[in-house]
Design a protein. Structure first.
Length: 318
């Protein structure tokens, strides 16, 4: 299923470390002939069970944590991917965070701060719908936003709109992610690669369908006008921050059914590399388990056997 390389060629989705990429070299659509929507949905249903099994081992193993990052242009399908892929997980071990524009309180801290608060504990999975990468994407397209961070010495747009500033941020991100990785966090980063044509189609659906009106914002249309700048910002960010310990995967997103299956396949294969297993118990623990079983099997009618009351003597016996 999710491990079948013939169905999903994960290596074709990977942004190789230290490689300058162009998004035009990555497809927006599924171009294979093996899969279709109906078959893909069946595979994803079975894949959820596989992911659930691995999540259970992750929780029991209690050594690793997992951080999954989704980035994309508006209407690329991030929310749907989270909903469909992660529905098989135990919600007690998964936390989803959707990051919006930072508040004034968040801006009074460094740009990693609010994301650090949302990192997963050992045995847990955290999903960041948008992430610390907004600080090299949105702010790259709108450098004036950086001024709101009140960084010492950065008081004009000219000091932000400079390659050296962004190279410094990429270095900070690599260092941040390396520290997480060194301490047991598995990092998987997904860019949902939607075409401008498909985004237009989805925007119109949101406008024309009353049940989807709430999904559309005029701000989305405003950002669409910066499409080319965003594409360049993504190319530079992915090229500079895809590493062996925190890889980026470019997911064709025009076909939602394929995007969801591809993401699930990447997650499953990366989990499998950990060779997770349930903790082994000692001989002493096995003996305790055996005693517990004997106690439980000794109960009458499924209820714990109550201790017998001491016989009271009657007056004659006294």
């Amino acid at each position: 299923m999710l491990s079948d390389e013939k169905l999903i060629r994960v290596k074709d989705l990977l942004v190789k470390p230290k490689t300058k990429i162009k998004l035009k070299d990555y497809s927006n659509k599924y171009k294979g002939k093996v899969l279709n929507k109906q078959e893909s949905e069946k595979l994803l249903e079975g894949g959820r069970k596989q992911l659930a099994e691995i999540q259970d081992k992750l929780y029991a193993h209690n050594r690793y944590s997992v951080l999954i990052i989704f980035q994309a242009m508006d209407a690329a399908g991030k929310d749907g991917a989270v909903k469909h892929i992660m529905s098989g997980f135990n919600p007690l071990g998964v936390k989803v965070y959707s990051f919006k524009a930072p508040t004034s309180h968040e801006l009074d801290h460094d740009y990693f701060w609010r994301h650090i608060l949302a990192l997963p504990a050992r045995g847990e999975i955290a999903i960041h719908n948008r992430s610390h990468y907004e600080n090299v994407l949105v702010t790259r397209v709108h450098p004036e936003y950086v001024l709101g961070e009140h960084i010492p010495g950065v008081d004009t747009v000219e000091k932000v709109d400079d390659d050296a500033f962004w190279e410094k941020r990429f270095k900070q991100i690599r260092r941040f992610e390396k520290n997480l990785s060194d301490n047991g966090t598995i990092i998987l980063k997904f860019f949902l690669h939607v075409s401008k044509k498909e985004q237009k189609k989805r925007f119109l659906e949101r406008i024309d369908d009353p049940t989807k009106n709430w999904k559309f914002s005029t701000g989305d249309l405003k950002e669409r006008a910066y499409w080319d700048k965003y594409q360049k910002a993504y190319e530079e960010a992915l090229s500079a921050t895809s590493t062996s310990y925190a890889p980026w995967f470019v997911i064709p997103a025009d076909d939602k059914w394929y995007a969801r299956l591809a993401i699930a396949s990447v997650i499953y294969r990366q989990f499998n590399k950990l060779e997770l297993s349930y903790p082994t118990v000692s001989e002493a623990q096995k003996a305790e388990l055996k005693k517990a079983r004997i106690t439980l099997m000794g109960e009458e009618n499924g209820e714990e056997e109550k201790p017998k009351k001491a016989k009271t003597k009657n007056k004659k016996e006294a």
